[in-house]
Write a protein that binds this ligand. Structure first.
Ligand code: UD1
Length: 429
């Protein structure tokens, strides 16, 4: 298993190109199941989760090619990928494929919308809480799907097709909103979604579906209107830039000091994060090219956060922010409201010398003068990168084990950081 070795203490200076967003690429790829035409996606990041979803889509009969060639011939990153679901060969998504990544469960929506049935294993993914799929299933039921759960599989049936409906999500859910958008655009009649997720990735999916011929209005607000259409066609759509990756590197610079341009980062996707980081003492300049972040010598100011759905502070940056706060000059409080078990990084950060106590869903972080390098273990995707951030500031050597978690969501992490002066390398095997 690969490890990442970091010798801490270097400032970061230079340019970090921000990749296409994993969390946007995945639902866009799944949308290719809705049409027998080709959906072309630009700026697709080269990540383990993308490769896994390619395998899952392949199981259903989706053919794909990268930059016009088969994928293994092409070492390029942030690629253009063509997906064609000319024929759906099976509507069954087996446990072996779906258990590796939660988002793969979302195939249930386009399959039932296009084929009138689907049989999808209950999902897996990061171990950050129970993460049920009840809202996704309630939404599909509202559109006329019959749902049965047997032997770990969800059997969804709508033999006469889906019909539009008004549906209110009991809680804001990104995956629930994605699946309802995909299902409702092929339903007969109109659908109104209330309490929908407003994340930029939802807007990216709605724009993709509209480019394919759907009639969706209001994406990016809590109320979305969808007028069902007979069928969808192909389209060409760009995956938006990864706000979580950009926020992560901004926090790395806040931690180490230095001056970095986050090329192609979108400030409008990161408003609450940038506001918070500027309170910690990070200098932030927005430009046409992206976001420039700098910190020179000043103390890190302790700052409290609470995670919230967009436009609030994202749960996917909570662990990284905690990494940063371990070196703040004073005490900060970090409250997680989205997932109930997203604090596995706490004990690993403690190995580096961090002082963190946990009561319920709030972590109290008492900043320390210095962190000391140690062996740590990546436990989930975002937690693992918080250890990298801490390692960049720790004295001596930090080894992050189980980096396959990082490979799920961060494209060329070591290269991007070492190009800016970090001492970081991957050790294979
Ligand atoms: C997506 C992101 C993930 C991010 C999360 C919250 C992708 C691929 N993943 O995950 O990185 O951390 O949004 O921003 O885009 N819930 C239910 N029942 C459901 C669905 C959700 O109870 O049927 C709960 C979840 O357990 C969680 C909350 O709702 O507590 C929000 O989850 P959701 O927004 O659905 O997360 P994902 O779409 O899985």
């Amino acid at each position: 298993m690969d490890r990442i070795k970091i010798i801490g203490g270097n400032r970061l200076n230079g340019v970090i190109p921000i990749s296409g967003a994993k969390n946007a690429a995945l639902p866009l790829m799944i949308a290719s199941l809705l049409t027998d035409d080709t959906l072309t996606l630009d700026n697709v990041p080269h990540l383990a989760d993308v490769e896994q979803l390619i395998r899952i889509l392949g199981n259903h009969g989706v053919d794909y090619s990268v930059n016009g060639r088969r994928q293994h011939q092409d070492g390029a990153y942030s690629r253009t990928v063509h997906f064609t679901a000319r024929q759906i060969v099976t509507t069954r998504a087996p446990y072996e494929l779906v258990s590796k990544m939660r988002a793969s469960f979302w195939v249930i929506a386009p399959l039932v919308a296009r084929m009138g049935e689907a049989c999808v294993s209950l999902p897996g993914g990061c171990a950050i809480g129970t993460r049920p799929v009840d809202f996704i299933l309630q939404g599909l039921e509202a559109l006329g799907t019959e749902i049965n759960i047997e032997n770990g599989y969800v059997h969804a049936k709508a033999p006469k097709g889906l019909r539009g409906a008004e549906f209110t999500f009991p809680k804001v859910t990104v995956g629930g909103t994605h699946t309802m958008l995909m299902a409702a655009c092929l339903a007969r009649g109109d659908t109104v979604l209330h309490n929908a997720a407003c994340e930029p990735e939802v807007v990216n999916l709605a724009e993709c579906l509209n480019a394919m011929g759907a009639k969706i209005k209001g994406a990016g607000t809590p109320t979305i209107y969808i007028e069902g259409v007979e069928g969808l066609s192909g389209a060409r759509v760009k995956v938006i830039s990864d706000r979580i990756e950009a926020g992560t590197y901004a926090m790395a610079v806040a931690m180490t000091g230095g001056d970095v341009l986050l090329k192609d980062a979108r400030p409008d996707y990161l408003r609450s994060v940038l506001d918070t980081l500027s309170k910690t003492g990070l200098e932030i300049k927005e430009s046409e090219e992206g976001i420039r972040v700098a910190r020179n010598g000043l103390d890190i100011v302790p700052t409290d956060i609470e995670t919230q759905p967009f436009p609030g502070f994202p749960t996917d940056l909570q662990a990284q922010f905690m990494g940063l706060m371990t070196r703040a000059k004073g005490v900060s409080h970090i409250t997680e409201t989205i997932f109930e078990n997203r604090f596995m990084h706490v004990q690993e950060l403690a190995r580096l010398g961090a002082h963190i106590s946990l009561v319920g869903q709030t972590a109290t972080v008492e900043g320390v003068e210095r962190l000391l390098g140690a062996q740590v273990m990546a436990t989930d995707l975002r937690a693992s990168v918080s250890l990298v951030i801490a390692g960049l500031a720790a004295e001596g050597e930090t080894t992050v084990n189980r980096v396959y978690h990082l490979d799920r969501g961060f494209e060329r992490l070591e290269e991007k950081l070492s190009n800016c002066g970090a001492q970081i390398e991957r050790i294979s095997g």
